[in-house]
Design a protein around this ligand. Structure first.
Ligand SMILES: [Cu+2]
Length: 248
């Protein structure tokens, strides 16, 4: 089946969104094609040959019922399919993997509740959010300052990061790999450089990665990094991307 310019992505929801897009496109092709054919038929079959008017068929009740009911059914079908996909998209099934994602001018901070793990990076440092494959990953998305956008192309997914709002969603990636993400809401001077990556690994690799933070030295380093970040962000002064204090 053609992709109609979209891509399937690597998550459960990116795929259902993609299939919805394919369904909409096919419906549009069928209806558009039918309309063009009917128009061409009318133009050619009833082109002017003389002064006689072709037979008129207004107030043909069965025909009027058909062309009223059929479009309504089409719209209901598209609406129902959208509703099913949207409900899947916004559902938050139970899981024990949670990542807190915080956006700020101009970078990203990923923390892992119940663990010392912390990933922080500004602009082109492209901090990497590590998450396990084939697992529901619950994301709490927040912002420190202004409205940002969390967007990962391979996930066919975008969501606002709003100051004062805890935006929640669940992602389930089906294949391992590193995927590109960026801010999609104009948020100031270095918006266009507000990059990050999502690294999807096996659950074993994920556990191992979390473990690397489970030693006093890394715990202290993470705590210091969080403190510095919070202090820096609390000043309200936008970070200067050429002057990064730390990163991973
Ligand atoms: Cu931003």
């Amino acid at each position: 089946m053609p992709s109609f310019g979209a891509h399937a992505g690597v998550t459960d929801s990116s795929k259902s969104v993609f299939h919805l897009w394919q369904g909409f496109s096919i419906a549009a092709v069928i209806i558009g094609g039918l309309t063009v054919l009917l128009m061409l038929w009318a133009v050619l079959r009833y082109r002017r040959r003389g002064d006689a008017i072709p037979p008129q068929h207004q107030y043909h009740l069965p025909l009027e019922i058909v062309y009223t009911v059929v479009p309504i059914l089409v719209v209901f079908g598209l609406f129902a399919a959208t509703l099913v996909v949207e409900n899947k998209e916004t559902s938050n099934p139970k899981t024990n993997v949670t990542i807190d994602v915080n956006a700020f001018q101009w970078g990203w901070q990923f923390t892992y509740p119940g663990s010392n793990a912390l990933v922080y990076g500004q602009t082109t440092q492209s901090p990497e959010m590590v998450m396990p494959v084939n697992t529901n990953v619950h994301i709490n998305l927040t912002s420190t300052d202004v409205i940002h956008g969390f967007y990962v192309r391979a996930f066919n997914f975008s969501r606002y990061a709003l100051p004062g709002v805890d935006n929640q969603f669940t992602i389930r990636a089906q294949s391992t790999g590193t995927y590109f993400g960026q801010c999609t809401q104009l948020c100031g001077l270095y918006h266009s450089l507000m990059f990050f990556r999502v690294k999807v690994v096996t659950p074993a690799q994920y556990a191992q990665w979390l473990d690397t933070f489970n030693n006093p030295a890394d715990a202290a380093k993470a705590a210091a990094a969080v403190k510095t970040t919070n202090e820096e962000l609390a000043t309200g002064v936008a970070s200067n991307p050429s002057n990064t204090k730390f990163g991973r």
